[in-house]
Every structure is written in structure tokens, then in C-alpha cells.
Design a protein around this ligand. Structure first.
Ligand SMILES: *[C@@H]1O[C@H](CO)[C@@H](O)[C@H](O)[C@H]1NC(C)=O
Ligand SMILES: *[C@@H]1O[C@H](CO)[C@@H](O)[C@H](O)[C@H]1NC(C)=O
Ligand SMILES: *[C@@H]1O[C@H](CO)[C@@H](O)[C@H](O)[C@H]1NC(C)=O
Ligand SMILES: *[C@@H]1O[C@H](CO)[C@@H](O)[C@H](O)[C@H]1NC(C)=O
Length: 220
């Protein structure tokens, strides 16, 4: 068997073992360290750039806390997270304890009236063994997410503060400006403040290697 034959054999073996030989598997942001410990929402990277990446997510079941109105992300996200944390610790109708997953995802719906509060919806990815049968509870209701499968994502570190969020939103908008993604994402907001999402991969107790992402969802 010549070299070409050997190469073809290796390719066939890789393919039959499900090993991808496409370089595209390696592109994009690195997997957050925490995803070695807990189950993480999975996605495929469609376009990887220095300032952002475009992903496609498959739909999965999550649970959402009731929407919380607040003037502050730190306040709204903290309240929502505590509700879901109680839910996974067993405060549900089956007294079931669910494993932690990542990221915790906070949808932010800015108020149209600048004097009213934004609305925060905190979501938790159900672990694989509860995907089909989330324990019922008045604290949290099951939802299929994401509603739009494509995500423009910008990653940042540290603890998320109210001051930093608008800067991250602006930076993501800027980096998408003039790209082929702009028309599907930025323009649809029509001058209104757009709904967006913040994903946090760490527990409040992790002091280092914190990974956060700001996400604009869209349909292609
Ligand atoms: C939260 O705000 C939205 C719109 O600003 C409003 O429709 C809703 O009733 C408010 N919810 C609560 C619980 O105050
Ligand atoms: C807005 O949020 C603050 C807490 O950040 C809260 O004290 C206030 O009651 C909220 N106002 C409304 C109208 O929801
Ligand atoms: C829950 O997490 C623990 C620790 O990571 C793991 O050993 C266990 O298998 C997980 N349980 C399920 C049902 O996945
Ligand atoms: C995007 O580009 C347009 C001009 O092409 C500019 O008017 C707008 O301010 C830019 N937006 C951001 C967020 O940089």
C-alpha cells in the first residue's frame, strides 16, 4: 500500500471513529475550564474572529426563573440565580437534586421607558438526566432554548458589573459593524434597545479564570 493508500485508510478510520479531521473544530474561544467539571451547553462555531465569534446552538431544555424587574443586573441576576439554585438543590416537587451546569444565562430586556427598570430572566440548562423530565416547581418553569439558534458572542473575564455591561454591548456592536452578520443582528433592533443575553460560566465562589459572554441572538 502506497502513501496515498495509507492516507485514505487513516481518513476512513478517523471518519468511522467519529474523529473529525476538519481544522474548524479547533477554532474559536477555548472551552471554559469549568466545562471540565460540569455539563455545558454545546454549540458549533460558524465564524471565529478576534473580537467575536458566531455560533449555532441546538435547542435544549432549560428552566427559567420568573422575570425580575430591576435597575441593576447585579441585583436581578443574583435574585434569579438564587431562585434557580434553590430549585436545583431540591426545592422542587420531587425533592430532586440536579447537578450544576454552565453557563447560567441571563436574558436582559431593556425597558422602552428609560425611567423604568429592565427585566431579567435567569435560565439554567437542565442536566442530561433531567432534559426530558424537569422536576415541577413554582420557582422555575421549563423552556426550550435558544429561541433563535445563532449567537454573536463576545467573551470577557472577571466579575460582571453594571458599569461594564454597556461597554461590552457597545464593543460587540462595534465589532459586528460592517461584517456580513451586521444586517441580521444589529439593524433588526431598529433604534430600540435590543434584548441581549449574558452567559456566566462560574459560580460566585470562583475567584479566578472567570468566563463571561455577551450574546446577541439571531436567525440567519
Ligand atoms: C416588569 O416590567 C414590565 C415592563 O417594564 C412590566 O410589564 C411588568 O409588569 C413588570 N413586572 C413586575 C413584576 O413588576
Ligand atoms: C427598580 O429596581 C429597583 C432595584 O434595583 C427597585 O428598588 C425598584 O422598586 C424597581 N422599580 C420598579 C418599578 O420595578
Ligand atoms: C453529577 O456530578 C457528579 C460530579 O461531577 C458526577 O459524578 C455524577 O455522575 C453526576 N450525576 C449525573 C446524573 O450526571
Ligand atoms: C456602525 O457604523 C455606522 C456607520 O457605518 C456608524 O454610524 C455607527 O455608529 C456604528 N456603530 C457602532 C456601535 O460603532
Amino acid at each position: 500500500m502506497g502513501w496515498i493508500g495509507l492516507f485514505v485508510l487513516v481518513v476512513i478510520v478517523c471518519m468511522s471513529m467519529g474523529i473529525s479531521i476538519r481544522a474548524s473544530e479547533e477554532k474559536g474561544y477555548e472551552m471554559p475550564l469549568n466545562c471540565k467539571k460540569v455539563e455545558c451547553a454545546s454549540y458549533e462555531v460558524i465564524d471565529s474572529q478576534k473580537e467575536y465569534e458566531i455560533r449555532e446552538y441546538k435547542k435544549a431544555m432549560w428552566v427559567s426563573a420568573l422575570p425580575i424587574n430591576s435597575s441593576s443586573y447585579e441585583d436581578g441576576a443574583y435574585k434569579g440565580f438564587n431562585i434557580l439554585f434553590s430549585y436545583i438543590q431540591g426545592n422542587n416537587e420531587e425533592a430532586a437534586q440536579l447537578n450544576m451546569t454552565a453557563p447560567v444565562v441571563v436574558d436582559i430586556i431593556p425597558s422602552k421607558d428609560p425611567l423604568s427598570n429592565s427585566t431579567f430572566v435567569v435560565n439554567f440548562l437542565l442536566p442530561h438526566n433531567y432534559q426530558k423530565n424537569p422536576p415541577p416547581s413554582t420557582l422555575a418553569h421549563p423552556v426550550e432554548l435558544p429561541k433563535q439558534n445563532y449567537a454573536a458572542v463576545r467573551r470577557f473575564g472577571g466579575f460582571i458589573s453594571d458599569n461594564e455591561i454597556p461597554l461590552q454591548v457597545l464593543a460587540l456592536e462595534k465589532s459586528l459593524n460592517g461584517t456580513k452578520w451586521e444586517s441580521s443582528i444589529v439593524k433588526k433592533s431598529n433604534g430600540n434597545a435590543m434584548t441581549y443575553t449574558i452567559a456566566g460560566y462560574n459560580s460566585p465562589f470562583d475567584k479566578e479564570n472567570r468566563v463571561n459572554e455577551i450574546i446577541f441572538w439571531f436567525d440567519k
